[in-house]
Design a protein around this ligand. Structure first.
Ligand SMILES: Nc1ncnc2c1ncn2[C@@H]1O[C@H](COP(=O)(O)OP(=O)(O)O)[C@@H](O)[C@H]1O
Ligand SMILES: [Mg+2]
Length: 272
């Protein structure tokens, strides 16, 4: 297992749950959604903790998690299931959504706006008070048990006219707006995830916030918490600060030589 992987496992083992540091009341809202059988939408930039949050909450509620990374070829059948040939027989194989409905689990549709439009047709009857999943191919009509929950996420920053959720879909979900954590919370996350001393995480978070202020000018997206964790892990592994910042922050953010140079200068100024 990689250094990064072993540290994460160690972090998870302390409480028995995947490590997640709350940034507000999101854990309580998730629990209310689960107990009231309401679907939940998580909106926010990449690498700000949405997936970790869902992993943590599924473990906390003791429900199996079925995650689907949505992409533009994802069809309704990828979620519901299909007939497959097995040793000469044709057998029905549940997709992740169907499995979650049958098991009373949590189905997490990551980057749901990427999926094809027929996917919304499948999730609509599950996201209103019917909570049903009709499987046309098998002739079944599954009624979701009380502990089934649908969670979806997307990044509003990437939205285009072609890729956005229709109001008729989004208004079926409770929604939480995620953003990068406040500095003291982000420092605690970096220290926990990487093992780097807190005082050495502080300047990395300061740099990240200076770079986040450039979003929309030279940078499409701000530095994610994920990249900061990578940077802190490199430093823990003995990589020099400048090189760690270059590989974990500057190069992943941009391909433009001029922008890279500007970011290096901001790093020099911010880190003193
Ligand atoms: N609140 C948080 N608590 C713990 N770790 C976090 C938190 N926010 C971000 N992280 C770290 O950042 C990484 C990326 O988060 P992730 O959940 O994959 O982002 P997203 O799904 O929003 O793209 C995680 O693997 C974890 O190391
Ligand atoms: Mg994610």
């Amino acid at each position: 297992m990689s250094e990064l992987g072993s540290r994460r496992t160690a972090a998870a083992n302390l409480s028995g749950l995947p490590f997640y540091k709350p940034t507000g009341d999101e854990c309580a809202i998730f629990e209310h959604a689960f107990r009231n059988r309401l679907p939940l939408l998580l909106k926010g930039p990449t690498g700000c903790g949405k997936t970790r949050f869902v992993t943590h909450m599924a473990a906390r509620l003791g429900r199996p998690l079925h995650t689907v990374s949505c992409h533009d070829d994802l069809t309704a059948a990828d979620l519901t299931g299909r007939y497959l040939l097995k040793g000469g027989d044709t057998v029905w194989v549940d997709g992740p959504l169907t499995r979650a409905v049958r098991d009373g689990g949590i189905c997490y549709l990551d980057e749901v706006v990427e999926a094809r439009k027929d996917v919304t047709v499948v999730i609509h009857p599950l996201t209103d008070d019917r909570r049903i999943l009709p499987l046309d191919r098998t002739g079944e009509l599954l009624v979701a048990p009380p502990d089934f929950m649908l969670v979806a996420s997307y990044n509003p920053g990437y939205q285009s006219v072609l890729k956005s959720l229709k109001p008729s879909t989004r208004q079926r979900f409770l929604a939480i707006d995620f953003n990068f954590p406040a500095p003291d919370v982000e420092v605690a996350i970096l220290a926990q995830e990487s093992g780097l001393a807190r005082e050495r995480c502080v300047p990395l978070v300061r740099l990240a916030n200076a770079l986040r202020d450039l979003k929309g000018q030279d940078l499409e997206e701000g530095v994610s918490t994920r990249l900061l964790v990578y940077c802190a892990c490199l430093i823990v592994n003995g990589v020099g600060l400048d090189r760690a910042i270059r590989c974990a922050i500057i190069e992943p953010l941009t391909d433009e030589p001029d922008v890279k140079e500007a970011l290096v200068r901001i790093a020099e100024i911010t880190l003193g």
